[in-house]
Design a binder for this molecule. Structure first.
Ligand code: ZN
Length: 349
């Protein structure tokens, strides 16, 4: 079969090549790839900045935002031939830490977890892949190729779950949310905000292209100003840009008792000139909370499936702005101004 592979930490090694069929040890369910979403992590791996091949192997199969069709459910799963499934990305660490031991691998304490297509397990950018039934999530068949949005949806489903966990520490009646960044993560965070019945605001630097209209068609308000200029103090901010100045302004603009959830991972940028003690004093006097959130566990995967199943299909389809063939994976990894989610399509859904 064919797969998109890379030699991690070595730039210029990515290629679409012949690759052995998936090993039965990788899981009893055999799946035919439908599509794989591309994200910044894939770009970093191909640029030689990140990633680990499985132990004893030189090459890593890329891809962690999967969607496939079951072609052989195996003997110990309840899946049926033809089911659309998505593979969970992370596996618990082998120690395991207390969190991995109870299935909260998203909260792994020792960093020894593994991840498909990223860290020591082959990813999903191959014509066929295998998965353990307990790590495969069936998606609503009417979603079709839109099921490829499940993995990014799990990330924001977890972020929202943690925001709610923090919120209920006190009497909590949030009315609005500001999402910073209108990429796939931000737009899916906004979708969940709508499903929660909130007044949703999305901020992004883009003033043209598809983003403003996609936000408006969700029934949300689009802003292209800075966070401090939006004209109100949000009850919740889901920060999806990782940009230093946006993070700083988010912390300064949050309402009393509000929650800032950071989901973006950035590098460098401007130094925060606000002294730490003043940031802390504002947090103390306003009871604000700043939380970081990454990855997702099986509860979030299950709920994310529900989020997508309830969403308007037409709206979801607008998030997928480009589809590339596997042999054109290099184009798929390019970032173009109008891109929201780019997918590599292996077969029809
Ligand atoms: Zn762990």
């Amino acid at each position: 079969m064919k797969a998109i592979t890379v030699e991690p930490k070595k730039i210029g090694t990515a290629r679409y090549e012949d690759f052995p069929e998936p090993d039965v040890n990788e899981g009893s369910v055999l799946v035919e790839a439908v599509a794989v979403g591309v994200c910044g992590t894939d770009v970093e791996i191909v640029e030689g900045k990140y990633g680990w091949a499985p132990p004893g192997k030189e090459r890593l199969v890329l891809g962690h935002e999967s969607l496939g069709r079951v072609i052989d459910p195996g003997s110990r799963s309840s899946f049926k031939k033809g089911d659309l499934v998505v593979g969970i990305v992370r596996r618990p660490d082998p120690v395991p830490c207390a969190n991995c031991a109870v299935g909260e691998w998203d909260m792994c304490r020792n960093g020894q977890y593994t991840e498909r297509g990223i860290k020591e397990i082959q990813g999903f950018m191959s014509e066929r892949w295998r998965i353990e039934p307990e790590y495969a999530i069936k998606v609503d068949s009417t979603l079709g190729v839109l099921g490829v949005l499940l993995e990014p949806t799990t990330v924001v489903t977890k972020a929202w779950a943690h925001v709610v966990s923090v919120g209920v520490r006190a009497f909590w009646e949030p009315r609005n949310v500001l999402v910073t960044g209108a990429g796939p993560i931000g737009l899916l965070a906004a979708l969940i905000g709508k499903q929660r019945g909130l007044d949703v605001h999305v901020l992004d630097r883009a003033t043209t292209g598809a983003k403003p209209e996609i936000v408006r068609s969700l029934g949300a308000t689009y802003h292209s100003c800075s966070v401090s200029q939006i004209g109100f103090e949000p009850d919740v901010i889901i920060e999806c840009t990782g940009v230093g100045s946006v993070i700083t302004e988010s912390i300064q603009s949050i309402s009393s008792g509000g929650i800032v959830c950071l989901t973006g991972v950035g590098h460098g940028g401007e130094t925060n000139k606000t002294p730490a003690a003043e940031v802390a004093a504002a947090a103390v006097l306003k009871n604000t909370v700043i939380i970081g959130s990454v990855n997702a566990n099986k509860r979030h995967w299950y709920r994310a499936g529900d989020v997508l199943a309830r969403a308007d299909r037409k709206w979801l389809s607008r998030l997928i702005t480009r589809r590339e063939k596997p042999e054109n994976f290099k184009q798929a990894l390019e970032r173009r101004p109008d891109d929201i989610k780019v997918i590599i399509q292996f077969s029809e859904a």
